[in-house]
Design a protein. Structure first.
Ligand code: PMP
Length: 452
């Protein structure tokens, strides 16, 4: 059995080892604390389980090198932003070329015309718009959906994440008489009560879905087809099809946020497995690390959007930011969609994911751990609980933050980088079999140690 005492003992030793192995990262962290709030330019960088964040020097493919010269096999890949590998050559070439030709003109470019056609071909939706981040795309989609349906409410699933978007930060929390919607307790500076306009239910709860949508007052359902931000929660058989049918029957717009599930297969989860949404959000990896995102929609939605646009007074729409769809972002996406995010890339990624799943399952079996592995496409997650969760509440309960942090630190000290907020591992087109085997081997060693 893995005990609290063995976790504490190993975590303490690994923290000391981390400090000894990364002197330059620690010195820079100290130096940065004078001018950066809490020592980092962006506070999420404090979420790593190490005593200080590793300071990156550079990264290529699936290997990240730190300022101390340590090389790490990168399974975090910028939490999906670099899931097709760090600086793939077509992307590096395209942005280097664009760098000398102007970056932001507030004008369309010729590459942009081609990119629209390429997005439609890859993702199967005919109409597209660009934003600067996936958060912003989610916000834009919510606004459009409310605008064109005239309905105020949206529906989300408990435990979801769709970016820094006020409208989606509602959770279901235990209450003496059952479960009740609550604003996410961790929000900073939240002054607006969004409970009247955001409904939340558990993923895979068909009865609640039917009841909520049949009221006829929901503008859109915003969902990941597989939940990936609360561990990984798979859709129960038939659930997504029921969601599709109920949305169509009730005039509700179905939006899939495929920012993470682009890892499921070519064209995202909805193309690999169905069903088709009315709108789709894709961020992060679509620009390979350049800040950009897109949302796509059907011809029917486009017509309704055009009608709304024509009927409103001129002035601010509340959608978009100055840098959206700039020439650099378009050049980056053009290279990614045209040359990097290919069928061949997915073949490699999916094969490696299967290898990783097999490897981790063998570790679980060897040590008789009450753990399991969840996998969709090129995204693999090990969970320190004995059975897969069916919704956000179960998935939250299955988390073991202290043990997971200690494992991550153990792995990082031995050259394996996992995303800080998950036990998620991404396989890129640049990832090698040897890296996967090393991860499995070191995870096995970690478990052996925690069990002692
Ligand atoms: N959608 C999903 C599913 C995400 O996981 C995230 C970020 N983790 C976002 C949207 C927001 O992406 P960004 O932070 O790049 O705006």
């Amino acid at each position: 059995m893995i005990t609290d005492a063995s976790i504490d003992r190993t975590a303490e030793r690994e923290a000391a080892a981390f400090c000894a192995a990364n002197p330059k990262s620690l010195t820079l962290a100290q130096q940065a604390s004078t001018n950066w709030f809490q020592g980092v330019p962006f506070h999420w960088m404090l979420d790593w389980p190490s005593p200080a964040p590793l300071v990156a020097a550079h990264a290529q493919g699936a290997v990240l090198t730190t300022v101390d010269g340590r090389k790490l096999d990168d399974f975090c890949l910028g939490d999906t932003a670099s899931m097709f590998g760090h600086s793939p050559k077509p992307l590096a070439d395209a942005i280097a070329k664009q760098a000398g030709e102007g970056l932001s003109y507030m004008l369309p470019t010729e590459k942009g015309v081609e990119l629209g056609e390429m997005l439609a071909r890859m993702f199967g939706l005919p109409r597209w718009q660009v934003t600067t981040t996936a958060s912003e795309a989610s916000r834009a989609v919510i606004r459009w959906c409310r605008g064109i349906t005239g309905r105020k409410k949206i529906l989300i699933f408990n435990g979801c994440y769709h970016g820094a978007v006020d409208d989606v930060f509602v959770d279901l929390r235990a209450h003496p008489s059952g479960w009740e919607p609550k604003m996410r307790a961790s929000l900073i500076g939240q002054v607006h009560d969004i409970l009247p306009t955001t409904s939340v239910i558990e993923f895979n709860d068909l009865e609640a879905l039917e009841r909520t949508l049949k009221r006829g007052d929901i503008a859109c359902v915003l969902a990941e087809p597989v939940m990936t931000n609360v561990g990984m929660v798979r859709d129960a058989p038939g659930y997504l099809e029921a969601l599709r049918r109920l949305c169509s029957e009730t005039g509700t717009i179905l939006v899939f946020d495929e920012t993470h599930t682009i890892s499921s297969g070519y064209g995202g989860h909805s193309n690999a497995f169905g069903p088709k949404p009315d709108m789709m959000v894709i961020g992060k990896s679509i620009g390979g690390g350049i800040s950009t995102a897109v949302y796509g929609f059907s011809d029917e939605i486009a017509e309704r959007m055009a009608k709304l646009n024509a009927s409103r007074p001129s002035g601010h729409s509340g959608i978009g930011t100055t840098l959206s769809a700039n020439a650099l972002a378009i050049a980056a996406m053009h290279a990614m969609v045209g040359k990097v995010i290919t069928h061949d890339a997915y073949r490699h990624m999916l094969e490696l994911a299967r290898r990783l799943v097999k490897g981790i399952e063998s570790v679980i079996e060897t040590h008789r751990l009450p753990w399991h592995v969840v996998n969709v496409g090129a995204r693999v997650e090990f969970v320190c609980a004995d059975r897969p969760s069916t919704n956000g509440s179960e998935a939250r309960a299955a988390m073991h933050p202290k043990l997971e942090a200690a494992i991550h630190l153990y792995l990082a000290n031995r050259g394996i980088l996992l995303a800080p907020f998950h036990n998620m591992m991404l396989l890129s087109p640049a990832t090698q079999e040897g890296q996967v085997d090393r991860l499995v081997h070191i995870l096995d060693a970690a478990v052996t140690e925690f069990l002692e």
